[in-house]
Write a protein that binds this ligand. Structure first.
Ligand code: NAP
Length: 493
C-alpha cells in the first residue's frame, strides 16, 4: 500500500491506496506504445509547445503542489520553490532545444558520381525517437528528478512517450503532478499514452516495467543498489534496451595547498554549507575531503570541524533514508582507523553532521570507506603529496564530480604534480570543478551529469542539460531518400 506521510512527524496523511497492479502496468505500457508513432510524428514546434505547456501548468499549480511536496519530503519551501522553478525552466529549455533541432542532428551528403569508394549515393543521417521510455523518479528531488523532471522532459523532447515510476517517498505529489501532466497532454491534443504513471510500494512494479517488451529505454535516478539491479534486468531481456542509470557518488574535493593561501575560514564555511545542504541528500554532496598534512591543512580541518558542529540540518526525506544514514555513520564510528571529529550522536529526529578523519593509507586499504553515506557526513583524508591524491582518486573510481581547489588559474600550465591530479580527476569524473562546490547542477547545453561507473551506468550520456535528449534517439542513415521524407524537419513519420 502507498500512503502520503509527513516526513517531519511520520504522521500518515489521507487514505492509503494500492500500488499499480500487473494489469495496470501492462495497460500503461500498452497505452505508451500505441501513442509512440503519433507522438514521434509531431513537429518540433508541436513538441516544444507541449513542453512549454507542461512548464506553465507546473508554475500555475505551484501554490497547491508546494505544501504537499514540503509535507512529504521536509525539504522546506524555499528549496522546493527553487526546485519547481528549475523544473519549469528545464522544460522550457528543452522546448528551445527542440526548436533548434536538438533531437534531429540532420546531416545530408549529396550523391557523387563514379565508382566507389569516391562515388556514393545520397546519404542523410537522421535520428529517430526510440519509443516508450520508463523513467524512475528519485526521492531527493521531488520535482527536478521526478514526474516532470529532466528524464521526462528529455524523453518528450526526443519524441518518446514516458511511463513514469513514481517514487513512494512522495506519492501524493507524484499523483498531483501526473494529473497536471495528463491534462496538458489532452489540451495539446496528444494521445493519453504520451504520459503514464505507475506507482510502486514494492520493487515488483519497477521490475515488471523494465521487463515490459514495449519499453525501449530506461532512465533511472537513485541508489547504486537499485540502479545496478534494474540495469541487469534491462540487459537480460530477450531484447536488451539502453539503461541510463544515474547513481550515487562520493564526490571527492581536493584542497591543494595553494587553495589555503587566503586562510581557511571562508572555504571551510562554504564546504560545511555544501555538506549540509538539503541535509546532505544530494548525489553531488562532497563526501571525501582531501587535505594535505601540514599546518594550513590542520587549520582548515579545525575550521571545518567548528562550522559543521554548528550546523543544524533539517529532517531527512523519510524513515528509511534516516535509518540508512545512521547505519552508515555507525560503521564509520566503529572503524578502528577513523578519528571522529564531529558527531552529534542523535539517532532519531533531525540528523546531526558527522565528520571523521583518516590517513590516506587506511582509506586506500578499506574499500567500504569509498562508498557513499547518503546524508550530511564526510570523511577527511589526509595526504602527504599529490601522488597520494592521484592514488585516492583512482581508488574511488567513477564519480559524478571531483572538485579541485588550488589549481593555478589563467593560461600557464601547472607543474607535473598538479597536472597529474587534474589528469586523474578528468579520467574518473563526469564534471571537474576548479572552484565552488559540487552541489548545484546548472541546466545548460554544456552540462554533463554522469561519469564513469559506478557514478552512472552509461558514462557517455548526461541526465542534466540539453544533451540528455540524445539518450532517447537512435541515429540512422537514409539512402537516396525521397524529398518528402527529408522535408519533415523533426517530425518522424
Ligand atoms: P532508490 O531507493 O534507489 O529509489 C529510486 C527508484 O528505484 C524508486 O522508484 C525505487 O522504487 C526503485 N528501486 C530501487 N531499487 C529497486 C529494485 N531493486 N528493483 C526495482 N526498483 C527499485 O534511490 P532514492 O532513495 O530515490 O535516492 C537516493 C540515492 O539516489 C542516493 O544514492 C543518491 O546519491 C542517488 N541520486 C543520484 C542522482 C544522480 O543524478 N546521479 C540524483 C539524485 C539521487 P521503490 O522504492 O518502490 O522500490
Amino acid at each position: 500500500m502507498l500512503q502520503s506521510t509527513d516526513a517531519r512527524s511520520g504522521a500518515l496523511h489521507g487514505a492509503a491506496w494500492d500500488e499499480s497492479s500487473p494489469e495496470q502496468i501492462d495497460a500503461a505500457v500498452a497505452a505508451a506504445a500505441s501513442a509512440a508513432d503519433a507522438f514521434a510524428a509531431k513537429s518540433n514546434a508541436q513538441r516544444a509547445a507541449f513542453l512549454r505547456a507542461l512548464a506553465q501548468a507546473l508554475t500555475d499549480n505551484a501554490a497547491a503542489l508546494l505544501p504537499v511536496a514540503d509535507r512529504e519530503t521536509a525539504l522546506g519551501l524555499p528549496r522546493l520553490e527553487g526546485e519547481l522553478a528549475r523544473t519549469a525552466f528545464q522544460l522550457r529549455g528543452f522546448a528551445d532545444a527542440v526548436e533548434q533541432g536538438a533531437a534531429q542532428a540532420f546531416l545530408d551528403e549529396t550523391a557523387m558520381a563514379g565508382a566507389p569508394p569516391a562515388g556514393r549515393p545520397r546519404l542523410s543521417r537522421i535520428q529517430a525517437p526510440l519509443g516508450p521510455v520508463a523513467v524512475f523518479a528519485a526521492s531527493n528531488f521531488p520535482f527536478a528528478f521526478s514526474v516532470l523532471g529532466g528524464d521526462s522532459a528529455s524523453a518528450f523532447a526526443a519524441g518518446c512517450p514516458v511511463v513514469l515510476k513514481a517514487h513512494p517517498g512522495h506519492p501524493q505529489l507524484s499523483r498531483d503532478v501526473a494529473a497536471i501532466a495528463a491534462t496538458v497532454v489532452e489540451q495539446c491534443g496528444l494521445p493519453a499514452g504520451v504520459f503514464q504513471l505507475v506507482e510502486g510500494a514494492s520493487v515488483a512494479v519497477g521490475v515488471q516495467l523494465v521487463q515490459s517488451p514495449a519499453i525501449a529505454a530506461v532512465a533511472f535516478t537513485g541508489s547504486f543498489k537499485g540502479g545496478t539491479a534494474l540495469a541487469r534486468l534491462a540487459a537480460d531481456r530477450p531484447r536488451p534496451v539502453p539503461f541510463y542509470g544515474e547513481l550515487g557518488s562520493v564526490n571527492p574535493l581536493v584542497v591543494l595547498p595553494a587553495a589555503l593561501a587566503g586562510g581557511p575560514d571562508a572555504l571551510a564555511q562554504t564546504l560545511a554549507d555544501s555538506i549540509c545542504l538539503g541535509a546532505g541528500q544530494f548525489c553531488t554532496s562532497p563526501g571525501v575531503i582531501v587535505v594535505f598534512k601540514d599546518a594550513p591543512g590542520d587549520a582548515f580541518v579545525q575550521q571545518l570541524r567548528t562550522r559543521l558542529a554548528a550546523a543544524a540540518p533539517h529532517a531527512m526525506l523519510n524513515a528509511g533514508i534516516r535509518a540508512a544514514f545512521e547505519r552508515g555513520v555507525d560503521q564509520w564510528r566503529q572503524h578502528a582507523k577513523l578519528q571522529v571529529l564531529v558527531d552529534g550522536r542523535q539517532p532519531q529526529g533531525n540528523p546531526r553532521p558527522f565528520l571523521a578523519q583518516v590517513d590516506v593509507a587506511d582509506f586506500l586499504a578499506d574499500h567500504r570507506l569509498h562508498e557513499e553515506v547518503f546524508g550530511c557526513a564526510a570523511l577527511v583524508v589526509r595526504v602527504d603529496d599529490s601522488a597520494q591524491v592521484v592514488a585516492l582518486l583512482n581508488a574511488i573510481g567513477g564519480t559524478l564530480t571531483s572538485t579541485l581547489w588550488g589549481v593555478p588559474a589563467g593560461d600557464v600550465q601547472p607543474d607535473e604534480a598538479v597536472l597529474a591530479v587534474v589528469r586523474t580527476a578528468v579520467q574518473v569524473s563526469g564534471r571537474v570543478l576548479f572552484s565552488g562546490v559540487p552541489t548545484g547542477v546548472a541546466v545548460t547545453a554544456a552540462q554533463h551529469h554522469g561519469g564513469p561507473f559506478p557514478a552512472s551506468t552509461a558514462p557517455f550520456t548526461t541526465s542534466v542539460g540539453y544533451a540528455a535528449v540524445q539518450r532517447f534517439v537512435r541515429p540512422l542513415a537514409l539512402q537516396d531518400a525521397p524529398g518528402w521524407l527529408l522535408a519533415r524537419e523533426g517530425a518522424f513519420l
